[in-house]
Design a protein. Structure first.
Length: 275
């Protein structure tokens, strides 16, 4: 089964979706979308480091992503607004990474694969890394779920309950770095944030509990990955961007359906009140 490149690609997409879904929910709840984008952009520096030192891409990207996330968390609130700091560091890291890669001699580099992903080239080793990283993220978030929720809803209440919001922020930071490292092969540096945010944002309007939102975000992400892979194969379009287009379409379509449903319910309710 794993000898089929389409099956490996589908399994890789499912693994990334399962890891990104609960983490994406916390990013949406905490309004950390730009934080996720900055961490993803920093991954390009990790790619350059990996190619320079001939180290595994996963390890280098994970290290640089962690370094970026911890640096931003440390510098925030020290004279710089968070959005300004993230903007400076995100685009600087991406630019430096691209320039560093361009100076590498004797190495054939497909920048498009790193920027937009190359899910069809996922091998068995890549698949093991993706699912191993996804399992680690799910275990981390599952183990800290209650503490993460409480520190997200009310940092003061979390402190009063003996929970450190900064520690929970660090847990999310590590989980985010792992997801970025495993997802770079699937959707690339520029599209990782989309797979973190859009499924969670889509699920938000249709979920009554945090747990339901995480599960629904995972389902949306998995469906978008499989549908995007099929459409990409059929129309010979770039796979990573096609997956993001599908999940963006789901976001628009489901929100339109939700708006129509709510409007219809209001009209029916008003009609019953008049009668």
């Amino acid at each position: 089964m794993l000898d089929d490149f389409l099956m490996r690609a589908a399994l890789a997409g499912v693994g990334v979706s399962l890891a990104a879904a609960p983490l994406g929910c916390f990013i949406v709840w905490r309004r950390m979308a730009y934080f996720g984008d900055a961490t993803a952009h920093a991954a390009m520096l990790g790619v350059a480091l990996s190619l320079t030192l001939s180290t595994p891409i996963f390890a280098s990207v994970l290290m640089i992503s962690l370094l970026m996330a911890v640096t931003v968390s440390t510098l925030s609130g020290r004279g710089y607004a968070m959005d300004t700091l993230l903007g400076v560091m995100a685009h600087s890291a991406l630019a430096v990474g691209l320039v560093a890669v361009s100076f590498l001699s004797g190495v054939r580099i497909d920048l498009m694969a790193y920027l937009f992903g190359d899910i069809l080239a996922v091998g068995k080793t890549d698949l093991a890394v993706i699912w191993g990283g996804a399992a680690l993220v799910l275990v981390m978030i599952g183990y800290r779920w209650s503490a993460l929720l409480l520190s997200t809803l009310s940092p003061d209440l979390a402190l009063a309950s003996g929970i450190s919001p900064r520690r929970e922020q660090l847990v999310l930071t590590i989980a985010l770095a792992i997801v970025v490292a495993v997802a770079i092969k699937v959707v690339g540096v520029l599209l990782i944030a989309a797979m973190l945010i859009i499924p969670a944002a889509t699920a938000r309007r249709f979920s009554r509990t945090p747990e339901a939102m995480a599960v629904m975000a995972a389902i949306i992400g998995v469906c978008a990955n499989i549908a995007g892979l099929a459409l990409s194969y059929h129309f010979d379009s770039p796979t990573g961007p096609t997956i993001v287009c599908v999940v963006a379409f789901l976001f628009v379509a489901l929100n339109v359906v939700n708006a129509v449903f709510r409007r219809t319910n209001r009209q029916l309710s008003n009609g019953q009140n008049v009668a």
